[in-house]
Design a protein. Sequence first.
Length: 394
Amino acid sequence: TDMNPYYDAFIRWQMNKLKALGKIKFGERYTIYSEKDGQACMDHDRQSGEGVTPQEYIGIKIEVTEFAPEAKKIVDSSDALDKSKKIYFVAATLRPETMYGQTCCFVSPKIEYGIFDAGDAYYITTERAFKNMSYQKLTPKRGYYKPIVTISGKHFIGSKIHAPLAAYEELRILPMETVIANKGTGVVTCVPSNSPDDYMTTKDLQHKPEYYGIEADWIKHEPIPIINTEKYGDLIAKAVCEENKIKSPKDTNQLAEAKKIAYKEDYYTGTMIYGKYKGEKVEAAKSKVKSDMIAAGQAFVYDEPESLVISRSGDECIVSLEDQWYVDYGEESWKEQAIECLEQMELFAPEVKNAFEGVLEWLKNWAVCRTYGLGTRLPWDEKYLVESLSDSTI
Ligand code: ANZ
């Protein structure tokens, strides 16, 4: 702080130096943010969640064509809903290239969902997800995320939907008990060809439709081969579940492992065998399908903290798009210099070196300032204070 003019001058010198070298940049970044504090929540401002960064999902817009009776009653009786606008379930996915193979869409019967105004349409998501969206220029008003109505997931079961790119024309909303409430939108689109979780849940629903209160006919769609890998063939989810002898959709740990295997294998060795990019490597096709869907208005980029972040003020943080100054630690040539430098250093223990390497790997855009608290004023933009990690960059 300027209570210590000597140290303050040193930090200002350091910031000017980094800026002159082109290491400090300005622009819109996805940033971990506390609504309560009204500003970015940097590592040192967190009670928990140190090192947590924004995770990017693709929000897939799945159109409701006919609500199940209970949901229909609630929707029809709400005067606040403009009946001429479309309503979409928004599913969060990391696998846009598999959207051809959607066979249904899952909600949790135990989760409360909201119908939210997204401008020219309505979105069905959890409130937590829509709150994040409202800070990412995806909604009419920043920071406004009050649902028009809330509906329990169980009332949506059986609703008819139309999912973008899906080979099957008409799909249903079905129940999945393992949907995590505080991850993504709480809506999970089902791709049983490539997702082990979806494959196991589908099998379970097919075995016990009465138990789940659904009609057998709603879960009749067969998995569609989308991606081929040498090791696991055309239906990787089935192959990986069988290889690992997974018995139930509740084998959470085994399924998490299976998901990782399927993701890696598909991404690094898979070839598309369906759709516009048939014949191309998954690694290349993934971003093309994503861009196509975004351009067509079928999907959008949605970010949230990759795991729970609590600010020192006790607020659960979100991801906000913020204009800010940031240090571009991820820039390749700079990163290489840092790695080279580390190689020459003598460290007490190998774990320390591993830890440094780990940080150099994940550290990318790092916000340099905050708007209040202790710190040195940013020399060229004095409304900001240099946050406490950036002032020790040297
Ligand atoms: C379609 C899909 C196809 C998926 C595929 C996977 C494989 P991580 O790595 O854990 O972030 N998902 C999204 N939200 C969820 C929730 N609230 N509860 C449970 N599962 C959820 O995985 C992201 C994937 O987990 C997403 O990508 C979604 O399923 C599922 F071949 O979408 B995926």
